[in-house]
Design a binder for this molecule. Structure first.
Ligand SMILES: NC(=O)c1ccc[n+]([C@@H]2O[C@H](COP(=O)([O-])OP(=O)(O)OC[C@H]3O[C@@H](n4cnc5c(N)ncnc54)[C@H](O)[C@@H]3O)[C@@H](O)[C@H]2O)c1
Length: 298
């Protein structure tokens, strides 16, 4: 039974994951080693009156926890160091979940003493608003562990998807990377600019994808048509295996997107951009929930 949860790392993901569990009534401790980040988070918790313990003592945060969600930076050495400390500090039956975006579970679990109660729970930013959580276990994951995590996520209004096997990038990031490869190819070859490509996705593909997945859309369109579409277009598509030049160029110039005020677009007020996106997602989630309730006969 998962009642107490520790979240490690109070960055972009960790803070919202901790807030999600706290808002659903779980006892949550949030650990953050950086003093400045710790102060900022403590102020936010006070301002929003959240029931969330935050502190800079990892061992204290995890000691009584049934579930530990690791949200530390995507660097293997940092993650390994944290797992070594966890091995000495967690309860013998605690479950550990990594929120990694890119590492396979097998890579993370190598030489970890709690490997058979170690899983991936991959949330999407902003974690308290996007329903999908991808869950990955290994063949020797203890029985019942994945089911317990899935039940917890459902109790928080999430949509967990358990993968059949461990693979880097899981499902959604692989699909997103495939789309981004072609988007960068169209941009770099001058077929369209970023705004034109974003419009095609936002006002075309994206609207359908909010309600139907690619296989449902193929069924709707007709599989005879989709056999032709894929057969004709696959040879035309980009197939590079390195990160796109346009992304590397911008990164090299320090144009990292919203957080630096410039990326493919300019952002005069980054905080406002994030606020607007959050507000739209909240309204959209409410709208999607009405559709779900209708389908369930409510
Ligand atoms: N940002 C995203 O959109 C996103 C989405 C899904 C998954 N992820 C994954 O979530 C994890 C965290 O990403 P993020 O974007 O929140 O990063 P982030 O850099 O915003 O936050 C990481 C936090 O961890 C803290 N930290 C550093 N060393 C630590 C340590 N030894 N122990 C505990 N905390 C430590 C940092 O001070 C920082 O506050 C990564 O594995 C990332 O791949 C990120």
């Amino acid at each position: 039974m998962i009642e107490r949860i520790a979240v490690l790392g109070a960055g972009t993901m960790g803070f919202n994951i901790a807030r999600l569990f706290a808002e659903r009534g779980y006892a949550v401790s949030l650990y953050e080693p950086e003093g400045e980040a710790l102060d900022r988070i403590a102020r936010m918790i006070r301002a929003e009156n959240m029931k969330l313990d935050v502190g800079g003592d990892l061992e204290k945060a995890v000691a009584a926890s049934d579930l530990i969600v690791e949200c530390v930076p995507e660097q293997l050495n940092i993650k390994r160091e944290v797992y070594a400390r966890l091995a000495l500090a967690i309860k013998p039956d605690a479950l550990v979940a990594s929120n990694t975006s890119t590492f396979g579970l097998q890579t993370l679990a190598r030489d970890v003493p709690f490997a058979d109660r170690f899983v991936i729970a991959h949330f999407f930013n902003p974690a308290h608003l996007i329903p999908l959580v991808e869950v990955v276990g290994l063949p020797d994951t203890q029985p019942g562990r994945i089911e317990a995590l899935v039940a917890l996520l459902r109790s928080c209004g999430k949509t967990p998807v358990v993968l059949n096997r461990d693979i880097p990038g899981f499902i959604a990031n692989r699909l997103q990377a495939a789309l981004m490869r072609e988007a960068c190819h169209l941009l770099e070859s001058g077929v369209a600019d970023a705004a034109q490509i974003d419009t095609a996705v936002r006002d075309g593909l994206g609207i359908r994808w909010a309600f139907k997945g690619p296989f449902e859309i193929a069924d709707l369109g007709g599989l005879d048509i989709w056999s032709k579409v894929t057969g004709h277009l696959f040879p035309e598509l980009d197939d590079r295996t390195e990160a796109p030049e346009s992304l590397l160029d911008k990164t090299g110039r320090g144009e990292l997107g919203v957080k630096t005020g410039k990326g493919y677009y300019d952002y005069a007020d980054p905080a406002k951009t994030i606020e607007e996106m959050t507000e739209r997602l909240q309204r959209f989630n409410a709208f999607k929930q009405i559709g779900k309730d209708d389908r369930n006969g409510h």
